[in-house]
Write a protein that binds this ligand. Structure first.
Ligand code: MOS
Length: 723
């Protein structure tokens, strides 16, 4: 059991997050946000704000900062504040007030008087369905609407019409805020070399690229630093409004600038998970074999149509063996805060729909829901001949059922005093993704090593993975390794996103360590060196030849070199075209619904996962547990309520329900460990996101088992369960 290397600095308050950085002469920026959801800013009267105590700068679309729209490869355009007078959602950043103190900036921001030319706002997904548009192609290039049909089949409707059992239902999921503990913030400092920005982010070099683009400068002149990130979940993949504003204002004012969003501003001025509507139709044979799967999806999207929550593409496209599959994805542009990646974007809300529908099908067939899923296990995604590189989902079902006591489940739940008790389960999948990554390995003459990359650890455990995989690759103890992350000056690592960090960075560490050892051996056997001319080898942190050995530190000292450094890179290659790759799992949940109050309590949870090799069992369990808790939260707590005028009715921590300890029982997490070396040399697949996939459906299915009430939307509230 390895504890996180960043645990002690975090729990003792020594870890410095972005906004913890302070500099002489630093001033404070406060963001001004819109109070309408659609319209044009006609005027901003900043006279009072400008003459308020301590104010040194007031910026707006009428008096903008020197910024321009930025782009990121793969992600596209980044929204950069104050670029025009258009307001497209309530709570949109429209101004920036800088003052000597935080309080002065905040107070002055309240004095900015904005007049708008208002337009009617469209804020409800239901109301917007009529004006839905086809989504752009999915991230893998697949068209938004696609079907796979058996030979001779003309349309999915024909198969559904001929299916002995059909279930059809529409499911909806709420929009959610990432609610990371650390609000989006930045401290920007300029010097002769350019900009240094301290701002929590999911990939330091990506932030440097985006800022360089927005500030029209060379990327090498932007130094992005984020050694600690207080949660991200996708919400810090893109550079935040405070980072753009602080960077540009610090340049304009020639003073370091700190900007931190208030919690209420985090709810609107960053980005959220889209709300979804999903219609699923399943056709099955009497033995449960899926004959047809149809999954039509709609999601909310901001007015710039910049993000799609790909629910059908993220689930039904791949999950079950079926000869006939038809999926669509539509987007509904609304006057709502921007949407973006959130832990398992697509898979999380998609799995609520698909795995609820599978439960409904099991009920219709009078079949055990696990048996139904095993019957439809796939060896490859439908219509693709690329087999899964490694899949042990059946074992997950078996182990999970035994561990959870599934055999004792009655199809109608049971009573325990005043509580209706039910068990539910659902499947989980998340694609195994890898990105190119580079790692620097330095061997030092004190017998320690540094393993460094620019990627981020937003709580995922990546920093500890660097030390563990570094130690393994260098054949030394983890305590001898100093891991470094979160600095764009380090070799560019993959971003902490797509559950890809360990696979991407881990593969690169192995390459870099091999190179560093080769370089060390060359130095060891060079003319005049301790192993001059000998056939040297390396093991256990030592150089060996002719019956003698020295630690690498001793050897470096002997040749008067303080260190030896190598950089290694790894990227997904041709093997990625030969298989399909995914992590798999199964979620179990026991709920108790009170007979009279109808409150729902989750009393037991188990997740069993096939996610390749697990590098750090303790951190992996935590990561999965966090995801499962988020699934409970999605099922029973979280959901943004958007008023007709676009204002969030519950856009703060007073109104936005999140689970607390009292809501969550002990969480049981189990891994079947099959290293997937077809995916990468390390054998690890992703665990960052799959933990949340399926859990909301497992809760809803358990609620059905307990009460006989099928709730097809999340979050499930007391009113849904009135008898
Ligand atoms: Mo995560 S939603 O892949 O940043």
């Amino acid at each position: 059991m390895t504890s996180r290397v960043d645990g002690p600095p975090k729990v003792t308050g020594q870890a410095k997050y972005g906004a913890d950085h302070n500099f002489p002469g630093m001033v404070y920026g406060y963001v001004v946000v819109s109070t309408i959801a659609n319209g044009e800013i006609q005027a901003m009267d900043v006279t009072a704000a400008k003459s308020a105590p301590g104010v040194i700068g007031v910026y707006s679309p009428f008096d903008p900062l020197d910024l321009r729209t930025a782009h990121l490869p793969m992600f596209g355009e980044t929204w950069v504040p104050l670029q025009d007078k258009e307001v497209v959602y309530y709570g949109q950043p429209i101004g920036f007030v800088v003052a000597e103190t935080f309080e002065q900036a905040r107070d002055a921001a309240m004095l900015v008087d904005v007049s708008y030319h208002r337009r009617p706002a469209l804020t409800s997904l239901q109301d917007g369905l009529a004006s839905a548009e086809d989504a752009p192609p999915a991230r893998d290039g697949a068209p938004a609407t696609l079907s796979v049909l058996a030979p001779g089949v003309e349309s999915i409707e024909d198969v559904l019409a001929a299916s002995p059992t059909v279930v059809e239902a529409t499911y909806t999921t709420a929009t959610q805020n990432h609610a990371a503990m650390e609000p989006h913030s930045a401290v920007a400092v300029w010097d002769v070399d350019g900009l240094t920005i301290y701002s929590g982010n999911q990939g330091a070099h990506l932030q440097a690229m985006e800022l360089a683009d927005a500030l029209d400068m060379d990327q090498s002149a932007v130094h992005s630093v984020n050694p600690y990130v207080g949660g991200a979940f996708g919400g810090k993949a893109r550079t935040s409004a405070p980072a753009f504003l602080a960077a540009a204002a610090a340049k304009a004012l020639n003073r370091p600038v700190k900007a931190v969003l208030s919690r209420e501003q985090v709810f609107t001025a960053t980005a959220t998970r889209a709300a979804t509507v999903q219609k699923i139709t399943l056709g099955a044979a009497e033995d449960g074999t899926l004959l047809a799967v149809r999954h039509d999806s709609w999601c909310s999207t901001p007015m710039d149509r910049s993000f799609v929550e790909p629910t059908s593409h993220g689930t039904s496209r791949e999950w079950y063996a079926t000869q006939n599959l038809a999926i669509t994805q539509k987007i509904v542009p609304l006057n709502i805060p921007r949407t973006t990646f959130m832990r398992a974007p697509g898979e999380a809300p998609g799995s609520f729909a698909l795995e609820s529908a599978m439960d409904e099908l099991a009920v219709a067939l009078n079949m055990d829901p696990i048996e139904l899923r095993i019957r439809n296990n796939s060896t490859a995604p439908p219509g693709k001949d690329l087999m899964w590189s490694s899949k042990h989902l059946d074992e997950c079902y078996r182990i999970g059922a035994a561990r959870f006591g599934w055999a004792n489940r009655s199809p109608r739940g049971h009573m325990d005093g005043d509580w209706l008790v039910g068990l539910g389960m659902a499947g989980a999948m998340f694609p195994a993704i890898r990105f190119p990554a580079s790692i620097g390995v330095t061997l030092r003459d004190d017998d320690t090593a540094v393993v460094a990359t620019s990627g981020a650890d937003p709580g995922t455990g990546l920093l500890t993975v660097l030390s563990l995989v570094g130690a393994e690759s260098l054949d030394i103890a983890p305590e001898q390794v100093t891991p470094r992350l979160g600095d764009s000056a380090l070799p560019p690592g993959g971003m902490s996103g797509g559950s890809s960090g360990t696979a991407s960075a881990g593969s690169a560490i192995m390459v870099a360590a091999t190179q560093a050892i080769d370089d060390l051996l060359a130095v060891a056997s060079a003319p005049g060196a301790p192993f001059d001319g000998l056939d040297v080898s390396y093991a256990d942190g030592r150089v060996l030849a002719a019956g003698r050995s020295m630690t690498f530190g001793e050897l470096l000292k002997a040749v008067h070199r303080p260190s030896i450094s190598a950089t290694g890179s790894a990227a997904p290659g041709e093997e990625m075209t030969k298989h399909s790759f995914s992590s798999f799992g199964v979620q179990f949940c026991e709920v108790r619904v009170h007979k009279w109050t109808r409150e729902t309590r989750v009393s037991r949870m188990l997740g069993v996962f096939d996610a390749g090799r697990i590098i750090n069992t303790k951190a992996a369990r935590s990561q999965i547990m966090g995801g499962m808790i988020w699934g409970v939260s999605a099922a029973l707590h979280e959901g943004l309520e958007i008023e007709a005028n676009g204002r969030l009715a519950n856009g703060d921590f007073a109104g936005y329900l999140l689970p607390v300890n009292a809501d969550i029982p002990d969480v049981d997490v189990y891994f079947v460990e099959y290293p997937d070396t077809l995916h990468n040399a390390l054998g690890a697949k992703g665990i960052g996101e799959i933990g949340t996939v399926g859990m909301a459906a497992a809760v809803a299915n358990a609620v059905y088992n307990a009460t006989g009430i099928r709730v097809r939307h999340i979050p499930i509230v007391i009113e849904d369960l009135l008898p």
